[in-house]
Design a protein around this ligand. Structure first.
Ligand SMILES: Cc1ncc(COP(=O)(O)O)c(C=O)c1O
Length: 388
């Protein structure tokens, strides 16, 4: 099997990820922060060390400013619901995943907020120049994905604050498709929060994710979920210190232990090497795609300003048929459909059809790429009746 659906969830993972998940379940993962017994303290140590790794990765002020959640969806909901108050206005973009669009629409339908969306150009790059027209006195937050999950387009989120008249507006980034592929930091990108998911570029298990947040944003937020934290147990009130303010309930210790191994792997390899490898594969792929007129690429046509995540349509094959043939005839796993980004499809002109999304991961090889190109070439020839 050749796995090319890494934008959905990465596979393969470094062996240390699954070994560590297995070992922590086998050898006993206590309940972190609940009691002072050895296994509980051992689990607290796992959370603290993983927070430390994420703090460095995302330039958070302290390990406690990294909050664990079950996914980036969970993280984005916590950020939006915890921050936004009646009357607030939010700016986002048409390139967002439903994990941003649906919470915004939900809050709008309940009469709590209003929002406006930046448009995008034909490569899926958001139109930042529209920002000043959309900003209002009641604008409280801008929320944008760092990389589009549909087109792989890298968005200029580090330039958002300079375009805002009110510099105090909170800027939140959905780094689901960039964390583990490209650098993204609270300081370097001038952000108030970075939401991440563990199971994509960070190479961890599913069921892990969270967000890193600035102290300024923390001071403006309310907890969304309340419950047991293992701290201040005699009080009926949610603790207001980090990370407990946003982390009620028992954490996914085994998953977080595995996530730490994914992050260590990325750090050891380095984001620079990951990027260089991906750019090399992307250049070969884009060059070959340009010789196949039956395939239309929807997104950046060069390796710059993108990650190796490609959305495409075929002249005479619908996306689900193409994905089915790639799997059945060539053992290549890709994704077809709408990729949870309806407005991005509208912007890219694929709202009626959906698309095939092919996404490389950290372990994609040149041999696999050659097989993919061969398979696409054969599919296009069959479409044109040149093969039996
Ligand atoms: C940009 C973006 N945001 C959010 C999500 C949601 O991720 P999860 O299902 O891990 O919460 C995805 C997943 O595809 C994504 O690509």
């Amino acid at each position: 099997m050749i796995y090319m659906d890494n934008a959905s969830t990465t596979w393969k993972k470094p062996p240390a990820v699954s070994d560590t998940v297995y070992r922590s379940l086998q050898e006993g993962a206590g309940n972190p922060g609940r009691g002072a017994n050895a296994v509980s303290l051992g689990s607290s140590g796992i959370l603290l060390r993983t927070r430390g790794l994420l703090m460095e990765l995302f330039q958070a002020p302290q390990p406690e400013n990294v909050i664990f959640k079950a996914s980036v969806t969970d993280a984005l909901n916590t950020l939006l619901l915890g921050l936004l108050k009646p009357g607030d206005h939010v700016i986002s973009s048409v390139m967002e995943h439903n994990s941003v669009l649906r919470p915004l629409e939900h809050l709008k339908q309940k009469g709590i907020i209003t929002y406006d969306l930046l448009g995008a150009d034909e490569e899926g790059r958001i139109l930042l120049q529209e920002l000043p027209q959309l900003e209002r006195p009641e604008t409280r937050a801008v929320i944008l994905s760092h990389v589009s999950n549909l087109t792989g387009t890298l968005q200029p989120i580090e330039k958002v604050r300079e375009k805002l008249k009110n510099k105090d507006i909170f800027i939140l980034a959905d780094a689901a498709q960039s964390a583990g592929y490209l650098p993204v930091g609270l300081i370097s990108h001038d952000l108030d929060a970075i939401a991440f998911t563990g199971h994509k570029g960070l190479l961890g298990p599913q069921g892990t994710g969270g967000f890193a947040l600035s102290d300024r944003l923390n001071a403006a937020m309310e907890p969304v979920f309340t419950g047991g934290t293992g701290s201040d147990s005699l009080s009926l009130h949610q603790p207001m210190f980090l990370p407990d303010k946003f982390e009620s309930g028992t954490q996914n210790v085994a998953g977080i232990a595995g996530l730490a191994e994914g992050i260590k792997y990325i750090k050891e390899l380095s984001l620079d090497i990951i990027r260089t490898n991906h750019q090399r594969l992307t250049e070969v792929f884009l060059q070959e795609l340009s010789t196949l007129p039956e395939i239309t690429l929807h997104g950046p046509a060069t390796s710059a300003g993108r990650v190796p995540n490609f959305s495409m349509t075929f002249a005479t094959l619908n996306p689900s048929e193409a994905a089915f043939r790639l799997e059945q005839d060539f053992g290549i796993i890709v994704r077809s459909g709408y990729h949870c980004a309806p407005l991005a499809h509208k912007a890219m002109g694929t709202f009626e059809t959906g698309s095939v999304r092919i996404s490389f991961g950290h372990f994609t090889t040149e041999t696999e790429l050659i097989q993919l190109i061969q398979a696409l070439r054969t599919l296009c020839e069959v479409q044109h009746g040149r093969l039996p």
